[in-house]
Design a protein around this ligand. Structure first.
Ligand code: FNR
Length: 359
């Protein structure tokens, strides 16, 4: 049954002290359809749950009495400076979470010193999204390839004109939008639409009952293969990052094809359920192809919620990590909420101990 958003249930921003709190707040105060879309994942939620729980099964071996005074978390990803090795994952139709939509993610990320990766399925055009950040602030763009290739070519041409966009994340783990049962169960028209499909007389109104995600994602080309990367390269000046790598074998192909990087991802458990937890894939890469870490940027997302998770990923060779759902939920508090979420991700950049312990 659909329940409308209840602003009275929304705790004050200052009481949210970790990233999980943003999801809990949205579960209480957001519309039930929006919560089902944002929090939901595929089928039995096995991959969703495993993504999160596996981070807790890896231990640090603390070494003590080291000179840590001057350590900080600043770094560069794909040549762009960031305050910490964290970026905001691309997520569709952010207006489901709050009026400001993707502008809150872009503006809040800039205030927090991290980079936002815009989704093809955003509620508003990319030019509008980046306009919420300072003119020279970097952003990434996530591409879903359209079955109608000329539309993708037109989108890439547009991105080539946008100086703020610094990398192209090509998502490859979602050839078809999976079965998201929470989303499917609530059959409620949701008054928000993706700017990408709005010109095709489609909308995010879930008329057929397949869920909001299926409605917005039905243009995706399920036949995309490695040869298509060469075609993408012809149409973009941006470094190409393959998002959705789930095996060492595929990581090696991405490297051989000259990609600038990969994101180990199973789409936050929203693509193939029973796909392995992403941390396990990162460990597989370290075992089976350790050489790739020096030759391209390896990133990871899925269930990252604490500074300690970020530290584990970095210690295992990841250049950076993406965080998704908590930031989408933070959009219900607007730009300020997203900035607060950045701050709660890494409260102090002065020492690794704080980095691990602050959350
Ligand atoms: C996503 N994700 C996603 N990925 C992508 O490449 N393009 C997209 O449009 C979307 N849309 C989207 C919407 C929502 C609401 C969520 C929660 C996720 C997947 C996303 O980029 C990322 O891989 C996961 O969200 C990471 O997992 P956590 O941090 O949410 O656990």
């Amino acid at each position: 049954e659909a329940v409308e958003a209840d602003p009275n249930e929304k705790p004050p921003l200052s009481t949210l002290i970790n990233l999980d709190d943003f999801e809990k707040a949205f579960e209480k105060s957001g519309a039930s359809k929006a919560w089902a879309y944002i929090h939901g994942a595929s089928n039995d939620l096995f991959s969703l749950d495993a993504n999160r729980s596996v981070w807790g099964r890896l231990w640090f071996r603390p070494r003590i009495m080291r000179k840590v005074k001057d350590i900080n978390t600043k770094m560069k990803m794909f040549g762009q400076p960031a305050a910490m090795p964290v970026w905001i994952c691309p997520m569709g139709i952010a207006k489901t979470a709050g009026e400001e939509g993707e502008q809150a993610l872009s503006g809040g990320a800039a205030k927090g010193g991290i980079i936002h990766c815009m989704s093809t399925s955003s509620s508003m055009p990319p030019e509008e999204i980046v306009s919420a950040a300072p003119k020279t602030y970097p952003a990434f763009f996530q591409l879903y390839v359209d079955r109608q290739r000329h539309k993708t070519e037109a989108l890439l041409a547009r991105l080539n004109q946008m100086d703020q966009v610094k990398a192209l994340f090509v998502t490859v783990d979602l050839p078809v939008v999976s079965k998201r049962e929470a989303d499917e169960r609530i059959r409620q028209p949701t008054p928000t639409t993706s700017s990408y499909i709005s010109d095709a007389n489609q909308s995010s109104v879930d008329k057929k009952g397949g869920g909001l995600a299926r409605t917005t994602g039905n243009f995706i080309d399920w036949c995309l293969d490695w040869d298509d990367l060469a075609w993408i390269r012809e149409h973009t000046k941006l470094p190409i990052v393959v998002k959705g790598i789930q095996s060492a074998a595929d990581a090696k192909i991405a490297l051989d094809m000259g990609c600038a990087g990969i994101v180990i991802s199973n789409h936050g458990g929203r693509a193939l359920d029973n796909a392995p937890a992403t941390l396990l894939i990162l460990m597989e890469l370290r075992r089976d192809c350790p050489e790739i870490f020096a030759r391209m940027e390896v990133h990871i997302d899925g269930g990252v919620r604490r500074g300690s998770d970020v530290l584990k990923a970095v210690l295992l060779g990841a250049k950076g990590v993406g965080i998704g759902r908590p930031f989408q939920c933070a959009v219900s508090y607007g730009t300020e909420g997203v900035e607060h979420a950045c701050e709660r991700t890494c409260r102090s950049s002065t020492s690794t101990t704080n980095f691990a312990n602050d959350l």
